[in-house]
Design a protein around this ligand. Sequence first.
Ligand code: SF4
Length: 1024
Amino acid sequence: MSFRHLGRIVIPPPNAERYTTVCQFCNVGCGYDVYVWPAGEEGGLKPGEHGVVYKIKDTVYDRELKPESTDFTRIEPLSHYLGIPWISESMVVRTIRRDWFRGRGTGEWREVYVAQIPSPECPINKGNHSIRGGTNGERNWSPWNVAGARRLKFPMVRFGGRLEVVTWDYAIDLVARVVKGVIDKWGVDNPKWGKEGHSIFAHRMDHGGGGGGGMIENVTAGLFFFYGVRTAFARIHNRPFFGPENPAIGDAGPGAMNNSLHDLRLADVIVFWGTNPYTTGTVMFIEHALSNLRGATADEKGRWFDGEPVVDTYMIIVDPRKTETVEAARAAARDRVLHLAPEPGTDIVLANAIARVIYEKYRNTVDNILQVYRQAAQRGFGWDENAWRLYIEEALEINRKPLDQYLAEAERITGVPRRDIEKAAEILGAPKPGGYPKRVWLMYEKGIIWNQNYRSIYALVDLCIMTGAFRGIAGTGCQRQGGHQEGYAGPEPPPPPWTNERLHMSPWNFAKLNRIELKTYDDYKRLFTQWYQTIYADGYYRTKWAMGDRYMPTTDFRLEGGEGRVLWVHDMDNYKLAPAAHRLKAAVSERSWRVTRYVFAQDFAGITAKDSVDQYDTRVLDISVITRPTSEEYAKLVLEALEKTGGLFVIVQDIYPIFMMEDAHVVLPVAFNNGEVPDVRMSVHERRFRISDAWLDPPGEAKPDWWIYAMVARRIVELYEAEGRGNDPVARRFRNAFQPIWDAMERNARDPRVEVENEIFKTYIANADETFGKLGVDWEVQYWTPAFKNLDLNILRKFRTVGVILPLTELKTNPDGSVEARGIVNIMEPALNSQYREEVVIARPDGTIERRIEIVSSEKAKGYAVNRLRAWPSLWLGYPPYVAELMKDYKYWVLNGRYNEIWQTGYADPNSEVLIRRWPYAFIQINPDDARREALQNGDIVVVYNPHGSVPAIVWISEVVKPGMIFLIMAHPYSVGANAVTTPSVEPVAQNPDYKLTRANLGKIGSLKPEVKAILTFKDIKFS
Ligand code: SF4
């Protein structure tokens, strides 16, 4: 039960338990303090009467909070900055939890209050929160709230047409037997590893945030799938393969997360390109970007600019829509905001055009910046002069096409007027008084990532190289925004069986594969020609992707083509998230029901195996299974079905029901990593790394992900042992991978104070080098450094919501008992300068946390800093074939994205009644001119359709979109959203889908009743 509508909330009493966590939602990673105390008790308003205590000295942001700061009798708007947070009704919940006196998960159930309050100590949010984060508290499950009612609580298995509750033993045995059977039967022999289970496909989230996972969850999933099963066919989140979203910026050198919010606050020019941060990174935008734009960080700049003038900040926003971000920025500084609205998909042309103008008109700026890279090159930094020349000549056509002609073409393709291109170039390129180049900070996200990924990102990287966004001084940076926090750790996935390497076909991998030497400029030119021809002209533009070709290990294509025997889906709903989602759903559903019909229809409905291959027989839906097969009998029939029918065994592992459960054979209920199991994850914007602790027991019999993997692994080993094959390489793999976790579980059973998650952290994350070294595989722990070896969950608990920033250069315990962590603020800085900013966080024994930035010698960061910077020419090649095809007959660009309040697929949003009342349906925004032409009114119901699918939506007439474009939410709690009409187009190098490039028509099918319409709003968001 939340405290909404009660008109009052309760304040934690002095004896409340306190936990540290980060928001379960977006990339920003705002810190939250959680308090748990017996229901019925509450604290008073004055310091000492309550348990809300802050102790921080933050000299970076010039703040000090003490226990006496938190006087709730002095609460007022924005008083969270002073350490007096606003605790709203949506932040507190009444629920039940076990008595944790003897360790987590023991003792009697008791009624408790849980308050989840934005943390004034956290340097990211300083107590601020967004409309999403403000509801974190009420999304904790309770026996009396919707979250509690909706949660998956017991393992379930399909018996005929129904999913029915089973014991964990049953579910684990069934899953283990099927997984083992599939590896035994269809495994691919590998001389080193034994049989590899490439027929087992995994779909999973990898991100931080409650919807996905942090490092602990990810590392155990990796142990299971990449080490134990050894499958090449995993899918992460929104991509139909397992790999990065941002390989271009990695290939260039800096990587996708290279700077900090400190830099954002100090920038002279802020660029948001293909991202809508008011909606998707709210606190980062309001607290840091808008503060800078309004001039509120001018004093901070003065401290860091060392005599360089502080000038008014400009913001450039590139988005086809006039988003809330544009409105909010204009409300803050109307004359210093430039909005560029290119035609979808033409960002490469726009970025190159701006760069061309800068190169020609602000040559001194460019030369000053190049000088930084060239000087660093003399000290060993990998500045690639040939690649730079190639970019200037091939992408900017500097010696080939006059500027007027170049810009006229850019204007025609992008629809952005030449004067705006030149204005953007001036904002970025014109020097400050005294000739100083501006400090440029650029952030991009899905508008680029989901739009011809590799070349689009590289076009921005090139622009950032030219404008000095990578020159590693305070106020500069160029990176992704992120959709979630991050926290990846685990063994590297094995390559597909037909190749030795997992490659994205970057120019450099292409050169390696084709033995193209890269010494002279002519070598680069040859690579450029061959790579573009092979990858794009032949691979992307001349043909559509065949199912499962050699270099596109996309699981969607393969599942649709009949490959794979098991599909194990974790924390995601690909009936909403996959490109051309209807196509994937049709294939998975049809193949899953072949198995169900085979297993149950023969005995119960008289449908033969042959029937079950050839026809869809609805009789199976009504089968009531009175005598359940044992898990062993069930598994045997499944393996037969997989062999005879080409079916697919589907396992869903999640916290809430998802659309894919319609076709699941097994459902495994999971503990939420927002309060039910500890994990670690980092903010995307400054790699701030914190614990998201546990303060609740999961509902019913839900279990942590790591527990599920460990138990299935153990059962697989037992099955091999029972056959006398305990030394089979597959059994050995699972045993070697999971033995330390099984040991920790045993110790925990004897003494609940042994925290298994901490043991997992220490073994596989902090000491990943040793552990994976022994296992004999490559591994990744994001931003791991040797300082990690001293880290564990209890140390992270001391750093509370401040955490530490990665990469860590040092972690030590001082003689006075304080713990000190040091990390790099901007990882370009030590690469290009003799000194860099190091954030120092000290946790004192009395609980005080100190945070400061020190300038230290770059020698210290050798080995952690970026070691190269490499441009590459991005060319505009027209639209990809699936998209070009639609352009002939489909009128509207379907822009897609999020609403501020709705998170991801909307999986957790039905828990909050106010959110669902605000967004009960998927809407489309349509321009008034188009609405008039289509004879549409607000509240009409239309179907948006193209050959890939269709989806109903409610009309919202809005100036936010231009004529010829509609905006459709990416996913809605009760609807597929935009992926009903996205295409299967996948960018060939980065293998990310072109979600942002699709077209559709629409047709009216009705109108909402007036009484329903009356409770909705169709007003655009305005700011004053
Ligand atoms: S901005 Fe993001 S991380 Fe911060 S409170 Fe909102 S949803 Fe959570």
